[in-house]
Design a protein around this ligand. Structure first.
Ligand SMILES: [Zn+2]
Length: 571
């Protein structure tokens, strides 16, 4: 609604109708519920307009404009927030993360802070001391290869030395887990257990004994015996996670992997209207992003879901089916066109054979599910684009926004191909915050410089086809650190990687708002501060458009509002 129309409406109601209405409550309906004024409102609308104030009613922006315009609308019950010059952004949208782990982390050994093998073992020992014998001990997402001085995983024997009486299960950032002998006993893993297709049970080179490290498709051999958390505890964890993300200025997320059990938790919170975060889900109907089912079974499962992608509302929706085809650039498993440095026969891991990938994707497409595929290395991206082309021949994917998730080492020719297919990319620059040196170590300086090629992506694919995310807990969920990396290309030690891939602050904001909203086809309802859109916003501590570049990473959310409700206020 335009300002004039809104003012006219209020005046009309007060002058013409109000005398006829004796019940004040009838009139109150038309006043804003809340106004924020005296600020710098960065709308991130089409023209990047800046306003001073906003009025919100029924969870949506009513009017955006000058202080006087907004103050004229104040009613008896309107809550007034004086911004005192602070900057307001549209609520930030993280288009790839595993948010729920922020809640689960409170119940896991906090291994993220360990810097050496000894420190990691001490943390496990302390956790074991407060855990009853026989109870499972779980670890949080951590990255031993990047964070430990020794650059290696823990062995089962090391974990046994500090926690012999508990089964211990320690996932890393997604593609490796470690466990101790107790857990392996429960899982029935012995020296004779063969590697499953697409997975590896790592072994001691001398004795051939499994050493407690499981990779890729071998992970379920152990994860399947870890008992699930109780339902009510999981509900609490997910709600806690939403609040933790709200405190970062986030109002919407796309969750990268959701199995049917996790979906029930999200639906429960949605049903109770207790969500403080808008959530779109990448769905794994079999529970695994590398499905083991036959194509016949896969078809039956996809058809059997009974709805298709983007079903849902502004609070909860299914964004697509999630698959994974390679590893990571920080794990030495990204599947590459060129062999890895120091080993001319090694190209990384391809986790789904191309023929099969084509068919898995085509089946999803047949039943109107779009697909988002984890692909990091350029060769993996080739295979995913092949699969999207294959599916497209069977049934058009035009306008459906199939997704390349990560696409960290995407090449220019692939951007052109993606653009032709209407495929979007959701990337996470903050991999290059604390893991850039690891990328350089595994892949060399040239590839580290062109990792997360954001400048090229924007120029060749168009900014509306790209979203920003973090892949939390692999990386921090802090959007301001992520935007700092986008703008400066600096890692946390100040080393610049690929200065030619830097983007502007305005572009970084677009990726975190409009671009990420388009992931779930919601760009018309959120991602900018405009009348009629969902009233999601964040008030921040420093002006991201004018503060010194080095200060961007230190910006803190002051107030976060979702659907017109305050969900976070800094103390
Ligand atoms: Zn992820």
């Amino acid at each position: 609604m335009e300002i004039k129309k809104a003012i006219f409406l209020i005046m009309f109601l007060s002058l013409v109708l109000a005398p006829a209405l004796t019940q004040a409550s009838s009139l109150v309906l038309h006043y804003p519920d809340i106004i924020l004024y005296n600020g710098k409102v960065v709308t991130v609308d089409k023209n990047f307009n800046i306003a001073q104030a906003v009025a919100i009613r029924d969870g949506k922006f009513l009017v955006v404009g000058k202080n006087a315009d907004i103050q004229a609308l104040i009613g008896p019950n309107t809550k007034k927030i004086d911004l005192k010059g602070k900057t307001v952004l549209p609520g930030l949208i993280d288009s790839h993360n595993h948010m729920e782990e922020a809640g689960e982390a409170l119940y896991k050994v906090p291994l993220g802070k360990a810097k050496t093998v000894a420190e990691a073992l001490t943390l496990i020992k302390e956790w074991a001391a407060k855990t009853k014998p026989g109870e499972w001990i779980r670890g949080g997402g951590w990255h031993p290869l990047a964070q430990l001085q020794e650059k290696r995983y823990l062995t089962r024997w090391e974990i046994d030395s500090v926690a012999p009486d508990n089964p211990v299960f320690l996932p890393t950032v997604g593609h490796f887990v470690m466990c101790n002998s107790y857990a392996m006993r429960l899982a029935g893993i012995t020296k004779d257990t063969p590697n499953p297709p697409g997975g590896e049970i790592q072994r001691d080179p001398m004795t051939g004994e499994p050493n407690g490290v499981f990779a890729e498709a071998a992970i379920p051999l152990v994860s399947n015996v870890v008992p699930p958390w109780p339902f009510d505890l999981r509900v609490k964890m997910y709600k806690d996670a939403m609040q933790i993300f709200n405190s970062g200025g986030l109002t919407s997320v796309v969750v990268g992997v959701t199995d049917p059990e996790s979906f029930k938790i999200y639906q429960h919170i949605w049903d109770k209207r207790e969500a403080t975060m808008r959530v779109s889900l990448m769905y794994c109907p079999t529970g695994e992003a590398i499905p083991a089912e036959s194509l016949e079974e896969w078809k039956r499962i996809i058809r059997g879901i009974g709805c298709y992608s983007d079903f849902g509302d502004d609070w909860l929706s299914f964004s697509g089916i999630k698959l994974i085809v390679d590893g990571g650039m920080t794990l030495r498993t990204a599947y590459m066109r060129d062999p890895y440095p120091h080993d001319t026969t090694y190209y990384g891991s391809l986790l789904i054979p191309p023929e099969r990938l084509n068919k898995l994707v085509a089946i999803c497409n047949r039943y109107n599910w779009r697909v988002g595929i984890h692909c990091v290395g350029d060769a993996a991206i080739d295979k995913v684009l092949d699969a999207y082309e294959y599916a497209n021949k069977d049934k058009s994917i035009a306008g459906r926004r199939f997704i390349l998730i990560h696409a960290s080492l995407m090449q220019l020719d692939q951007m052109e191909r993606a653009k032709k297919l209407g495929v979007r990319v959701d990337l996470q620059n903050d991999f290059m915050w604390d893991k850039a040196a690891t990328v350089e170590r595994f892949l060399g300086k040239e590839k580290a410089n062109r990792a997360c090629p954001t400048r090229w992506m924007i120029d060749h694919m168009g900014i509306g086809s790209i979203g920003a995310g973090t892949d939390y807990p692999v990386n921090t969920y802090n959007p301001f650190i992520n935007m700092y990396v986008m703008v400066t290309r600096k890692d946390k030690n100040g080393v610049v990687y690929g200065a030619n891939q830097a983007i502007t602050r305005q572009e970084a904001l677009r990726l975190y708002t409009n671009g990420s909203a388009a992931y779930s086809f919601k760009e018309d309802v959120k991602g900018s501060i405009e009348p009629g859109k969902l009233a999601d916003l964040v008030v921040i501590s420093n002006d991201i458009l004018t503060c010194p570049e080095e200060s961007i990473k230190d910006i803190k959310p002051v107030t976060t509002i979702v659907g017109g409700k305050i969900v976070y206020e800094s103390k």
